[in-house]
Each structure stands twice: as C-alpha cells, then as structure tokens.
Write a protein that binds this ligand. Structure first.
Ligand SMILES: NC(=O)c1ccc[n+]([C@@H]2O[C@H](COP(=O)([O-])OP(=O)(O)OC[C@H]3O[C@@H](n4cnc5c(N)ncnc54)[C@H](O)[C@@H]3O)[C@@H](O)[C@H]2O)c1
Length: 435
C-alpha cells in the first residue's frame, strides 16, 4: 500500500519506517526542511534505539522517502497518517493548530478516495471538528479516522511492531478494512485490533496515559510516606504489584513523570472534563503530586547543604525524561537543575544522548560532559535523574575519588543503600529505609 506520514518525529518517523519495513511504500512529509534534509542524507534527527538501521535499509530499498511537499506525498498515497505535535496550550488544552493544518493540507492534495488517520493524541471530538473543517477543501471522498498511537520512546519500534492492541476509531467500513489490513502484520500473535467510534478511540488514548500518570503519582506518594514512617518502598511495591488485580507496571517511585505525553495529556484531559462541566479531581491531584515530586531531589539537596547553594557545585547524571531517548520535554531534570541554579549552585551535567537538547535549554548556564565521571570533578554531590543502564554499576571508587564530598541523591533508586553505606557514601533515595 502507498502511505503518507505527516509529521516525521518520534511517532511519524517510527510509524513510517515500520510500515515500510512491512513492505509498504511510505513517504514521510514534514514542514521542517532541515529535518527532511537530514533524513535524506541518512541522518536520524532523534535518538531511538534501532531506528537508524531500519531507516537506512528501507530508504536504500526504495520503500521509504522523505519530502517537504505535502502534494507529492499525498498524491501518491491512499492513506495519510497525521503524526504532528499536539503541544499544551497556555490554558492546558491541546493545541490542535498543527492537526488542522495537516488535515487541510492532505485533504487539498488528495487526488482520489483517501483515508486520513489521526495518530496524534487529540481530545475527544477532534475527528468530528476536523471532518467539518476539511469537507469544503476535498474534491474526493475522504474518510477521517482516529488511530491513536501507544508507542513508548526508548522501545518505540518494538511497541509499534508488537503492540498490545491497535485501536481504530472509524465510522467507515472501507477505511476500517484498509487500516486493519495495514496493521495486520503487527498483530500476528493475536493481539487485538479494536474497532470503535472515533470519540471512544480518542478518549481511550487519554484514559491510558491518565491511568499511567495516576499510578506514578500514587507510588510516589506511597514512597514519600515510606520516607517519613520508616518503611521500605521496594517491599511495599512488591506487596502491591504481586496482586493480580493491580500488577507491577508503572509502580516505580522516582522524581515524577515527564516527557512529551503524560504532562500535556493529563492537562488536556482535565481541560476536556472542565469544558464539559466535570471536575476531574483525581487527575488534578496526580498532576499536583507530580509537580511536587519533580522538586523532591533539589529539596533534599537544600536540606543537606542548606538553602544557599552559592559556591557549591553539583553533578547531574541523566537529563532525558527517561532512558533510551534524547527527549527532554518536561523532564524532571529541568526542574531540579533550575532549582539548583536559582539557589546559586554551579551544575555539571552528563547524559548519554540528550546533551544536544540540554544545550538548547540551559545554554552556557551549566557545563556539559560526554563522560559521566568528568561531570563529577569538584562536585559537592551527584544527583541521578534518569535511570540509564550505564549508571547502574559505576566504578564507585572512582565516583568517590572524583566527588568533593561522597554524597549521592538518587532520584531513581539505582543503588543498594547497604552497599552505599559500606562504601561510605551519604546516600539519599526515594522511599527507602535508611541503613
Ligand atoms: N512521542 C511519543 O512518545 C508519543 C507516543 C504516542 C503518541 N504521541 C503523540 O503523537 C503526536 C506526535 O508526537 P511526536 O512526539 O512525534 O511529535 P513532535 O512534536 O516531536 O514532532 C511533530 C513533527 O510534526 C511536524 N509538523 C508539524 N506540523 C506539520 C505539518 N502541517 N505537516 C508536516 N509536518 C508537520 C513538526 O515539524 C515535527 O517534526 C503527538 O500528538 C503526541 O502526543 C507521542
């Protein structure tokens, strides 16, 4: 099948590449000329494990192309997936400017029957509004569907190739059949393709992210309680997660959720509820807890060293909002670093993949280090903000020798408190009983 993908970032580039990998001819279009030039030159503008090799192979074999010309992409395709950004607007609602613009560009360029599937995360009712907006522009029948994306950065290819389920929100039998056919190579182990109306599909995506955000805020609150009552979060977590009614996923305490999805999707769902005169108190609380949790490490630093951090230097390992991505959108590291800088400290940062994005945020206000140990030089303490695998077993002797003070604030519970004590570190983590 010939497919156009509109928006060529974490969702669009991964989806397009995976559709090409299953034999389709895919053309990805983006308004960002530099991004398209990079892709044409074989460079990948984002970090996602395994993506580079797949893009290279499918490009070389002629199934994957890139363009800035919507007409070129759409006129040679029967299906267009819209995978543009839906960032948070100042009111908390999802900003749909890109989605409407992209849909209009596709509708105006279609030269026959066309399916537009919205992969971007959009509030309930968006399909109806977009359908009305593009109706005057289309010269041919267009079926507009919702096809929300559930991939996770860091394991996006695996998630796309082996999804727990595919959701198709469609009112057209023909479009449903086409989308079902396109996704069939990815559900060969009988994971379901769920067909529903577009409104339910739109809401299912938000419900999913909201539920996960709730779980994270819940376990963070339990961890904070552990800290004050002297319980051990890992034991509590196991007691909780082994209950089959609950399960163990997304029950790891830390420094709060970030990324390009949970924060904005939680806000957008609260906003949708408010627009419909409902008070989604549970989600509001999850969001409040999360904002507080993002500050927890910086608060502990201040409690240890005193509020005035002038003359202090801190090393930060991990900047991306989670491991295996370079994405720093809404990352807890930003909150922690801004707090340290505001209190007068100097900050030395390291991340295996996100230094480029970090530079765009902090400029010359922090120093950047390719090697994790180099960030420690002259630092009063180490803060760990992202659970990259390479931080799990560092050379502790070297860490101790390089830091000015042997103090670690671990926002991801990577180390064993007993080992830290034996190595003579002052070790702070989240919700664990001090040794
Ligand atoms: N990132 C994730 O992990 C993830 C997972 C599931 C769903 N989503 C949702 O998918 C959508 C896309 O997310 P992302 O992180 O890939 O987005 P992004 O913000 O990183 O990138 C969007 C891309 O779309 C391009 N674009 C904007 N308007 C365009 C237009 N009219 N024509 C062509 N290109 C255009 C931009 O230049 C950019 O390259 C969002 O709604 C997001 O909530 C994201």
């Amino acid at each position: 099948m010939n497919i156009a993908i509109v928006g060529t970032s974490y969702v669009g580039l991964v989806s397009g590449t995976c559709f090409a990998e299953s034999g389709n001819e895919v053309i990805c279009v983006d308004i960002d000329r530099a991004r398209i030039e990079q892709l044409k030159a074989g460079q990948i503008p984002i970090y996602e494990p395994g993506l580079e090799e797949l893009v290279r192979r499918n490009t070389k074999e002629g199934r994957l192309q890139f363009t800035i010309d919507h007409k070129q992409a759409v006129s040679q395709s029967m299906v267009s997936f819209i995978a543009v950004g839906t960032p948070m607007s100042p009111t908390g609602s999802a900003d749909l400017t890109n989605v409407f613009k992209a849909a209009e560009q596709v509708a105006g360029a279609a030269i026959g029957y066309h399916v537009i599937a919205i992969k971007s995360t959009v509030p309930v009712g968006t399909n109806d509004r977009v359908r009305a907006a593009i109706a005057p522009l289309a010269n041919h029948r267009i079926d507009l569907c919702s096809c929300p994306e559930f991939l996770k950065e860091g394991s996006a290819i695996e998630d796309f190739m082996r999804p727990d389920r595919v959701i198709i929100g469609s009112a057209s039998e023909q479009a449903t059949a086409i989308l079902r056919e396109l996704h069939s190579p990815f559900v060969r182990t009988d994971n379901p393709i769920l067909i529903m109306d577009p409104r339910s599909a739109e809401l299912a995506k938000y419900a999913c992210n909201a539920m996960l955000a709730l779980r994270i805020s819940f376990i963070n609150e339990i961890a904070n309680l552990c800290d004050v009552v002297g319980a051990e979060i890992n034991d509590v977590r196991r007691g909780l997660g082994t209950d089959r009614r609950i399960g163990s996923h997304f029950l790891f305490p830390g420094v709060g959720y970030g990324g390009s999805c949970f924060p904005k999707d939680v806000q957008a769902l609260i906003h949708t509820a408010r627009e419909n005169h409902l008070d989604f108190a549970l989600l509001e609380a999850a969001e409040t807890v999360n904002m507080r949790q993002k500050r927890v490490l910086a608060d502990r630093v201040k409690a240890h060293f005193g509020g005035d951090l002038k003359g202090r230097t801190f090393a930060v390992w991990g900047l991306a909002f989670k491991p295996r991505t370079d994405d720093m959108r809404e990352a807890p590291s930003i909150v922690a670093i801004e707090e340290l800088l505001a209190a007068g400290a100097q900050v030395r940062v390291h991340d295996p993949e996100a230094l480029g994005n970090a530079r765009r945020i902090f400029g010359d206000r922090v120093s950047y280090h390719q090697i994790n140990y180099e960030a420690l030089t002259g630092a009063d303490a180490l803060l760990i903000m992202t659970e990259w695998n390479e931080f799990r077993h560092p050379n502790f002797q070297r860490v101790r020798a390089t830091l000015k003070n042997p103090v670690i604030f671990d926002g991801r519970n990577l180390y064993d408190p007993a080992l830290m004590k034996a190595l003579d570190f002052r070790y702070y983590s989240i919700g664990r009983r001090p040794v």
